[in-house]
Ligand binder design. Structure first.
Ligand SMILES: NC(=O)c1ccc[n+]([C@@H]2O[C@H](COP(=O)([O-])OP(=O)(O)OC[C@H]3O[C@@H](n4cnc5c(N)ncnc54)[C@H](O)[C@@H]3O)[C@@H](O)[C@H]2O)c1
Length: 361
């Protein structure tokens, strides 16, 4: 990494549920980054955020025009990511955007085009790639430790109450979120699946709304996936499965299998070697989300048993990777192409469900 004399100045835009997690992550990287400004359409939210995380409250235009701000962290609803992100890139800022990258593939492409024209860096937050177990699994797969990959199974059986969907305007709508349990919650595990197994070339899926009212989007998805490398995959994602369970991703190859549960490598079984078993994923969260009041983080909205104890540290690791990418002028680990690939797969799943037919990517 090249020497960096000064930490990068960040402005955070959108002082809602995920903002404190980002502020905390940046505060843990004092040699690399400083969170100097915050922006929100709601002045009370911006003021409350600035009181907790000492920053200057600013307008969007002020942030774009300020040459001392090097990078922008976008924590606004997904449907605003392309418009704000592309404007920030055009203004010469590096941009890091919360998942999902956007609500449509076309909007993701708009961001990638703006990034390429700007010469600045663009990252999409998919923090679970930075969990130690995810990195271990990726390294094992790079070494072909499982042999030829033959199958993958993803189960994100989570739970969100009706109050969760009712507690914020726009939650559970196509326009603001671009989808339901898959686009908003399952995307984390789906991103890991793509990182581990490579691109999917065909999907066949059903997406339905089974347990919530007043939402347009799905709360249950089942899909079969055919990967370009020949492996088959099975995907189950829901926010209707009470009380909520740790996300689980199993990979099977000709030489062995592994299971990621929560953020732990739960089982590693390689032919000819003793089976390694980690602790089952447990949770400090023992309450089912009730919504209703403003929710601090996605962790606070989680059903019992879903979450892990290291919440937040993966955000810190992803910010460190983003800053290193800026300093080394190389793409971040989760770049625009990776962000778009997840959105494209999700859109193909929705298209298959609507048409009742397999969809090729
Ligand atoms: N990585 C994760 O685990 C994780 C967890 C939660 C949310 N998210 C993502 O973070 C993003 C934000 O989600 P959230 O739950 O924090 O949303 P939120 O609704 O709690 O907060 C969004 C904030 O943006 C503000 N805002 C809206 N439009 C704005 C604009 N034009 N300019 C400035 N501020 C504006 C709103 O006033 C609000 O305070 C979404 O993409 C979501 O999927 C990621």
């Amino acid at each position: 990494m090249s020497l960096s004399p000064e930490p990068l100045n960040f402005a955070l835009v959108g002082c809602g549920a995920i903002a404190p997690t980002q502020a905390q992550a940046l505060s843990e990287l004092p040699a690399l980054a400083r969170l100097t400004h915050c922006v929100d359409l709601d002045p009370a939210r911006a003021a409350a955020f600035a009181a907790k995380f000492p920053t200057t409250v600013a307008s969007w235009d002020e942030v774009l025009a300020n040459p001392r701000i090097h990078a922008i962290a976008l924590c606004v609803p997904a449907s605003l990511h392309a418009r704000l992100g592309a404007a920030a890139l055009r203004a010469g800022k590096h941009v890091i955007i919360e998942k999902p990258m956007e609500v449509s593939v076309a909007a993701c492409t708009e961001l990638i085009t703006a990034q390429k024209a700007s010469g600045r860096q663009l990252a999409i937050i998919c923090q679970h790639r930075f969990d130690p177990a995810s990195r271990t699994i990726h390294a094992l797969l790079q070494k072909q430790a499982l042999g030829r990959l033959i199958a993958a199974d993803v189960r994100v059986a989570w739970y969100r109450t009706q109050e969760y969907y009712d507690s914020e305007p726009g939650r559970g709508t196509w326009a603001m979120c671009g989808g339901g349990c898959l686009m908003t919650q399952g995307i984390h595990t789906l991103d890991l699946l793509l990182w581990f197994c490579g691109p999917v070339h065909e999907v066949y899926a059903r997406a339905v709304t089974v347990a919530h009212e007043r939402i347009e989007v799905e709360d249950l998805v089942c899909a079969t996936l055919s990967f370009a490398n020949g492996a088959l995959g099975n995907l189950f994602v829901s926010t209707a499965t009470y009380p909520g369970f740790p996300a689980r991703l199993s990979l099977h190859g000709t030489e062995g299998s592994l299971v990621l549960e929560g953020d732990e490598l739960h089982v590693l079984a390689l032919k000819g070697q003793p089976v390694v078993k980690g602790p089952p994923a447990t949770s400090d969260a023992c309450q089912v989300a009730t919504g209703g009041t403003r929710l601090a983080t996605e962790q606070a909205t989680a059903g019992a048993g879903e979450t892990n104890k290291k919440w937040g540290s993966a955000h810190r690791e992803q910010f460190a990777d983003f800053i290193a990418a800026i300093q080394d002028n190389r793409p971040p680990l989760v770049d625009g192409e990776a962000g778009r690939a997840a959105v494209a797969l999700i859109q193909a799943i929705y298209q298959s469900s609507r048409s009742g037919l397999p969809v090729r990517l």
